[in-house]
Design a protein around this ligand. Structure first.
Ligand code: GDP
Ligand code: MG
Length: 294
């Protein structure tokens, strides 16, 4: 694996600067992104970008962008712990002069020997001549490895940003399978918790092949997580059983599953469940025959 580069990048910045948008743009697909979950001390993988010669693992380090009134000895220690194991810090800001919280974070980063890359996001919102003074402003505040103006939403500068990140990564092997783009563990467990309740609330008439898939996962600013999941069954009759009279059974399934999911994720959850009959065309020999295939 000579020449291969890999490592962890802490993605940091105040809420709303565009961290999730950037990840979705980089990964080319919407993934389950759960950030700033309270009481999470460990670093959390939020996205893995694989290129031919590198693997970038983006992680969220909740401790490093807390409100400034919490900035004390403990917070500083926590934040340092959070970035200890990362190779690079990617700091995102709005196209504005520095805010007090980001200033505090920079103070802290001065004591940590890591490359820090600054991405000035949302440059589509400012006029070109305003950019240079901004870059100048930030370059005076900190010795950034590089300052990259980007528009996460429209993709401008994102390739350049990736190049700068890869450049700063150490040599190393891929840590995750190269087809993996996120840490799916929580999503998988959530699907299992729903399936468990489907099983508990039904008898033999619903086969164990019932399949649950989390299709949407959004974290709101207030910490609430909206989860949409599909429950797939094979027949209309099974769909009816799971939904129950007046939707009563599906409601109970949802309530129980939600309690367990909230315990798992340590936050409030809004759970929406849909029951769908999965028509497996390719596998269903009868349908294929009817359509004229041999
Ligand atoms: P996060 O809280 O840092 O994860 O921020 P989000 O990715 O959720 O983005 C917050 C808001 O900023 C959303 O409304 C995005 O559409 C918007 N946003 C993100 N990147 C850009 C950008 O490059 N340009 C513009 N105009 N808006 C952006
Ligand atoms: Mg976000």
């Amino acid at each position: 694996m000579k020449g291969f580069k890999s490592g962890y990048v802490a993605i940091s910045g105040r809420p709303n600067v565009g961290k999730s948008t950037l990840l979705n743009t980089i990964l080319g697909q919407k993934i389950a992104i759960v950030t700033e979950k309270p009481q999470t001390t460990r670093n959390r993988i939020i996205g893995i970008k694989n290129t031919e010669n590198s693997q970038i693992i983006f992680i969220d380090t909740p401790g490093i962008h807390r409100p400034r009134h919490k900035l004390g000895e403990i917070m500083v220690r926590e934040a340092k712990d959070a970035i200890r194991d990362v190779d690079i810090v990617l700091l995102m800001v709005e196209p504005l002069k520095i805010d007090p919280e980001t200033m505090d974070l920079l103070q802290l980063l001065k004591a940590v020997d890591k490359p820090v890359i600054l991405a000035i996001n949302k440059i589509d919102k400012v006029k070109k001549p305003e950019l240079l003074p901004l870059i100048d402003h930030y370059s005076r505040l900190f010795n950034f490895r590089e300052i990259v103006p980007i528009s996460a939403l429209y993709g401008d500068g994102v390739d350049k940003l990736l190049k700068v990140i890869i450049d700063a990564l150490p040599e190393g092997p891929p840590y995750y399978p190269v087809d993996q783009i996120t840490d799916q563990v929580e999503r998988f467990i959530v699907a299992e918790l729903i399936r468990e309740q489907v099983m508990k609330h039904t008898e033999e008439e619903v086969p164990h092949s019932v399949h649950v898939e989390v299709v949407d996962w959004k974290e709101r600013e207030n910490g609430l997580i909206n989860i949409l999941a599909n429950i797939y069954v094979e027949r209309e009759s099974q769909k009816g059983i799971i939904i129950g009279k007046g939707g009563q059974r599906l409601k109970s399934i949802g309530i129980e599953a939600r309690k367990n999911i909230e315990a798992l994720l340590n936050t409030k959850v809004f759970l929406e469940l849909w029951v769908k009959v999965k028509k497996e065309w390719r596998d269903n020999i009868h349908i294929l025959r009817e359509l004229g295939f041999k």
